[in-house]
Ligand binder design. Sequence first.
Ligand SMILES: [Mg+2]
Length: 361
Amino acid sequence: MKIVRAEAFLVDLEPEVVRFDAIQQFTKQETIFVQIETDNGLTGTGYSYTIGTGGRAIVSLLREDLLHRLIGEDARQVEGLWSKLFWATHGTVVGAITSLALTAVDTALWDLRCKDAGQPLWLLAGGYRERVPLYDTEGGWLNMDIDVIVAEAKKSVNRGWPGVKVKVGKPNPMEDLARLTAVRDAIGPDIDLMVDANQSFTHAEAKRRAHLFEPLNLYWFEEPMPAEDMSGHVELARSTSIPVAVGESIYSLSHFREYLASGACSIVQVDVARIGGITPWLKTAHLAESFNVKVAPHFLMELHVSLAAAIPNALYVEHIPQLGRLITHGMEITGGYAIAPSDPGIGIAWDFAAIDNLRVA
Ligand SMILES: [Mg+2]
C-alpha cells in the first residue's frame, strides 16, 4: 500500500457558540487537514486543530518539511512513519506545532489502515465497547450568566447525560462558588459535576479554591494550574479529595508518564490532536491504565468517541460540537452515551464539497 500523494490544507470554522474560559477565547477552529492517497486507490483523511492561532504554521510545516517524506512509503507502517516524521523535525519537538502536524498525518494513516481492513477505528484500535458516557461542556462556559449555565445543565440532565462541566476562574472565588452551587442545586446530587480552570490559578489559589469547592462533591478539578507546574499538581493532589484532571495541554507521552508516576493527576485528558495522533494517544491511554487511572479525552468528540470506545479505561467523552459545517451527520448520542461509528475508517462523515468551499489555505 504505497503512498502516491499527500496533501495538506486548512479550513477555518467559526465557533458554534461563544466560548470563553479563564485564560482565552475560542476565536475560530483552524482545522488542518491531511489527505493521503495510496496505489490501491484508497484515500485517508486526517485532521487536527487549533482554537485560533498557529494553523498556517502547521500547514506550512506539513507542506515544506513533512509530506514529501511520505511518498513511496508503505502506508501500513504507521509506527514507522510516525517516527520518521518525528525524527525529521527533531529540532522542533516536543512542541505544539509539530505535534499538531504529526496528528494530521497519523490520523490519515489510521483512516487508511481502517479502510484497508474494512474495520471501524474503535474495533481496530482495541474494541472494548461500542458506547461511552457523555458529559456536557458546551453549557458551562465562563462568559455565560449563572441562569444560563443552570438552564443548560438542566437541559443536559433532561437529555439523560450523566455529567456537566462548568468553567471556573472568576476573579472573585465566591462568584465561582455561587455558580457551582446553583448548578449543583439544579442537577441534584447524582449527576457528575466537573470544573475546569484552564491553567489559570497559582498553586496557592488552586488550593484555596479546591478547599472552597470541596462540599460540592465535584467529579474532577481540571487544569487547576499551568501544565508545566507539575510539582504544584503533586501538592494539590495530596491536599484535596477532588480528583485532579490534566492532559489537554500535554504534548508528549513521557510528560504524561512524569505526571502519573509522581501522582500529579487522577484523570488523564489526553487530546489526540495535541499528543501527536492516534498512535501516541493509545500509548498514553494504556500507560494510564497501568497506573489504574481513567481517561476522559479533551474535545474532538467525533474522533475521541472511537478511541474512548477502544480502551478499557475510558471514563467519558466530552460534548463540544464544532464540526457541524464539515460533516454530513454528527456523532450519534443515545441516552447518556456517545456511540462509536461502525463504518470503516476513523468514523467521521466528512462533507468534502463543504470542506472544499471553506478552504482558506
Ligand atoms: Mg479543559
